[in-house]
Design a protein around this ligand. Structure first.
Ligand SMILES: Cc1cc2nc3c(=O)[nH]c(=O)nc-3n(C[C@H](O)[C@H](O)[C@H](O)COP(=O)(O)OP(=O)(O)OC[C@H]3O[C@@H](n4cnc5c(N)ncnc54)[C@H](O)[C@@H]3O)c2cc1C
Length: 405
């Protein structure tokens, strides 16, 4: 019996979670990451109950939770106004099983996942190597990986999971030519020490400030020691380097338009990192023995805070569907076998509608967040009236998703 490993391309949130999930379910994994190191430039991330419930099932929640803040409220304000005019208690979103909502520093999430990868037997982590070619044959997949110095090697795998992000090479290698499209927005992100901010910003709450020219989100992270602040503003063209340092002078107009407490936060930022925002249609997630997960398959605009959540859902479901097929594949001993392609096809079938709906809701949130007059008046009215019960009903399909029992 030959049981080849599953090769995962990319060790972002999708790839790290999938590696741990599969290895803990008994499937050996080769995890290939292009970057040579794991410094995390991103600032904060929200993980909602649909994602934290998966981390719990995978036994990863405890290691991550100790770094998180559980926000008690969502408060929505006008960008140039002051007091919240809409919002809700976050427990509203925790049903059906009271799964938590977390705000985290990306670096803390990545470190916890990476620690789990290193401690889980059955995972071979190869850094500083890129997946360059994927050749499927009857009993497996030959994957060419290349080091930064151009040294190539072929690894035999039973299946390949493309978790290599928005600009996925694996997505292209399976014939999907869709190019990410610049959206006309960029995200400016920073972390402030809690000692440098006013009390309103350090409360355990997610704060959303909506304006026509842009919007802001801030919430505490790192057990409340730091505040993650994100500003989304319009931009004419994408930066060639999709993450770069931002010159605060370019925020002057937005800063002037902001209400005093928000302006105080923006002016106090120690530095900024800028992301150009891209959109991309969802990919077909299964191609024979190759599957796509996370941003490689369905990047979500940050207006819904769900890209990583979807990636974690993907990883959890893969680990439920793959192990039995992997065993059957081994028994086929190098002969053509359908169990693995069938399992990946089933995985894709179970994910397609949800991924497309989450992507589309992210897009429509973007339109709604930046609405001008008179649309914004209607938006504000709806937000005010929704309240607890309305919000729960509206988003039950999103936050209430759980892995099949
Ligand atoms: C401003 C902003 C705020 C956001 N906020 C939230 C939030 O609050 N909540 C949420 O759930 N989501 C949020 N997201 C989305 C979330 O960050 C992404 O959806 C998530 O990080 C995607 O993870 P991934 O592992 O699929 O891709 P990536 O993080 O892009 O990881 C892909 C990995 O693959 C590697 N790689 C690339 N090519 C190759 C190759 N050929 N071979 C090997 N390795 C390769 C890369 O180096 C990288 O490490 C936000 C996004 C933005 C831009």
């Amino acid at each position: 019996m030959t049981n080849l490993p599953v090769l995962i391309a990319g060790a972002g949130i999708a790839g790290l979670t999938a590696a741990v999930a599969l290895a803990r379910a008994g499937v050996p994994v080769v995890l290939v990451e292009r970057r040579a190191g794991f410094s995390e430039v991103g600032a904060g991330i929200q993980l909602s109950p649909n994602a934290t419930s998966v981390l719990d099932v995978l036994g990863l929640a405890a290691g991550i939770w100790r770094h998180a803040v559980a926000p008690r409220r969502l408060d929505i304000r006008h960008f140039g106004g002051g007091e919240p005019y809409a919002g809700m208690p976050m427990r509203t979103l925790a049903e059906p099983d009271n799964a938590p909502f977390w705000c985290l520093k990306r670096a803390d999430l990545q470190t916890a996942l990476l620690d789990a990868v290193r401690m889980t037997p059955g995972i071979r982590l190869l850094v500083g190597r890129s997946v360059k070619a994927v050749v499927q044959h009857a009993g497996g997949v030959g994957v060419t990986i290349e080091s930064g110095r151009g040294q190539a090697e072929v690894i035999e795998a039973c299946a390949v999971i493309g978790a290599d992000g928005l600009w996925s090479a694996v997505r292209k290698l399976v014939g999907d030519r869709s190019e990410p499209r610049f959206l006309g927005y960029e995200a400016w992100r920073t972390l402030l020490p809690v000692a440098a901010v006013d009390a309103f910003a350090s409360r355990p709450a997610v704060n959303l400030w909506l304006g026509t020219a842009g919007h802001a989100v801030h919430y505490p992270v790192a057990e409340g020691r730091e505040i993650n602040l994100v500003l989304i503003r319009r931009a004419q063209k994408p930066s060639p380097d999709w993450t770069r340092e931002g010159d605060p002078a370019r925020l002057a107009a937005l800063c002037q338009a902001a209400a005093a407490p928000l302006r105080g936060l923006i002016e106090g930022a120690p530095g900024w990192q800028v992301w150009s925002l891209f959109d991309c249609p969802p990919a077909t997630m299964a191609h024979g023995r190759v599957a796509l997960i996370g941003d490689a398959a369905h990047p979500v605009l940050p207006f819904l805070a769900q890209g990583a959540g979807l990636a974690i859902e993907d990883a959890g479901l893969l680990a439920q569907l793959l192990p039995a097929a992997w065993l059957a594949d081994g028994r086929a001993n190098g002969q053509a076998a359908q169990a693995l392609p069938d399992a990946l096809k089933r995985f894709a079938g179970l994910r397609a509608a949800r991924a497309a709906r989450v992507q589309e809701t992210g897009r429509s949130n973007g339109r709604m967040y930046h609405a001008g007059f008179p649309l914004k008046v209607a938006r504000d009215l709806v937000l005010k009236q929704l309240g607890d019960a309305g919000m729960r009903k509206r988003y039950a399909w999103l936050y209430g998703w759980r892995l099949p029992a």
